[in-house]
Design a protein around this ligand. Structure first.
Ligand SMILES: [Zn+2]
Length: 369
């Protein structure tokens, strides 16, 4: 082959690669925030208060109180009272997927339908059948957060704060070298002094009674630690993993399950307000929200639990808002999406192509202009 031909071929390949990588020429996103609400059901996200559960004394201690806070004659009103940020800001400027009543389906692709397999799926894009535990076992699959952190322009620009203490294993901190703070771990930012706010948060965690069980941190603490980190160090990618919804549901406490998600909605609103006031983040940040699995939908059994034997617990939802996302609001298209598509979509928002060894899931193209 002549040199000019080789050069042209080379140019052609290069152009092809760069087109695939940047996807959209006018992409605005320079920062991505991912927030997970563990085991929070699509039923409440789209339908608000579940009437059967509110009237069931086994699960609801204060039905009048809950009705007053979140009750309404129409589900559209109730969901707005429960999750005002989702149903004002995201519904008008972003996208909400997973309302099965509109035949817009989101599911996990893994068959196990519990946490570790769920988080593995969303961050590695691979519903690995070998992962059928919640144990502290280092994940061999490469995740999109470490992939981003390995790119020159995002080096040490990814931070993870979670309530559940298994994330250092799910995201394989040993290998990935990601900044991860989980469970009741002391906050320690390598090479940087702790701010007075962080010092207070450390003291608060020392006194956390861990009423959610085990070594799980209260979501408010996780939120404020992550928020303080964001304000101080301005990472390009932040993942906040909340857990309270799942813990309260497992305990059959419907009041707390709803109040927890309402509080989290307020936290996300505060975070987003800050994002839209800061020069690095304003109009350059995409926020992605999702859950790792659903739960059962029967009033007498099922809603407290999830797993392979409860079919509804594979049903999930997705929400997104940001400068590159068309404002579709509640998506009414008949379609089937999977949580595994979130990994490549996170990368695509940053103009990156996440192509792990185990094969690729498709980017959710409707999320990106
Ligand atoms: Zn879970």
């Amino acid at each position: 082959m002549k040199k000019t031909k080789i050069f042209l071929l080379f140019l052609f390949i290069l152009t092809g690669i760069s087109l695939t990588f940047s996807q959209s020429k006018n992409r605005q996103t320079e920062n991505v925030i991912i927030i997970t609400l563990d085991g929070f059901r699509w039923e409440e996200l789209f339908g608000g208060l579940d009437k059967d559960l509110v009237s069931d004394k086994a699960y609801t201690k204060d039905p009048e109180g809950l009705q007053k806070m979140f009750g309404a004659s129409a589900p559209e009103e109730s969901r707005k009272k429960l999750l005002p940020f989702f149903w004002t800001e995201i519904a008008s400027k972003g996208q909400l997927y997973g309302n099965r009543k509109l035949e817009n389906f989101v599911n996990v692709a893994n068959r196990y339908q519990f946490s570790y397999p769920g988080y593995n799926e969303m961050f590695t894009g691979y519903p690995d059948t070998n992962i059928n535990y919640n144990s502290k076992i280092l994940n061999q699959n490469k995740n999109v957060l470490e992939f981003i952190n390995q790119q020159e322009q995002y080096k040490d620009q990814v931070a993870v704060f979670t309530s559940w203490d298994v994330f250092p294993y799910i995201l394989n901190r040993e290998r990935s070298k990601l900044l991860i703070n989980s469970g009741s771990e002391e906050i320690n930012i390598p090479g940087k002094p702790l701010s007075p706010e962080m010092q207070i948060l450390n003291k608060m965690q020392d006194g956390d009674p861990h009423f959610l069980g085990g070594d799980i941190r209260d979501d408010l603490l996780t939120y404020y630690i992550g928020f303080e980190y964001l304000k101080e160090y301005h990472p390009h990618v932040l993942f906040l993993g909340f857990d309270g919804t799942d813990d309260f549901a497992h305990q059959g406490l419907y009041d707390y399950y709803l109040k927890q998600v309402h509080t989290t909605d307020q936290c996300i609103a505060e975070l987003w307000q800050y994002i839209q006031s800061d020069p690095q983040y304003k109009n350059k940040t995409t926020l992605i929200l999702l859950c790792d699995h659903g739960r059962g939908d029967k009033p007498k059994w099922g809603w407290t639990d999830h797993g392979e034997s409860i079919p509804e617990s594979g049903q999930t939802w997705l929400a997104v808002i940001g400068p590159d996302t068309p404002a579709l609001g509640e998506v009414k298209t008949k379609e089937q999406l999977y949580n595994k598509q979130v990994a490549p979509t996170i990368a695509a928002f940053l103009g990156l192509h996440f192509a792990p060894e185990h094969g690729e899931a498709a980017v959710i193209s409707s999320m990106i202009k």
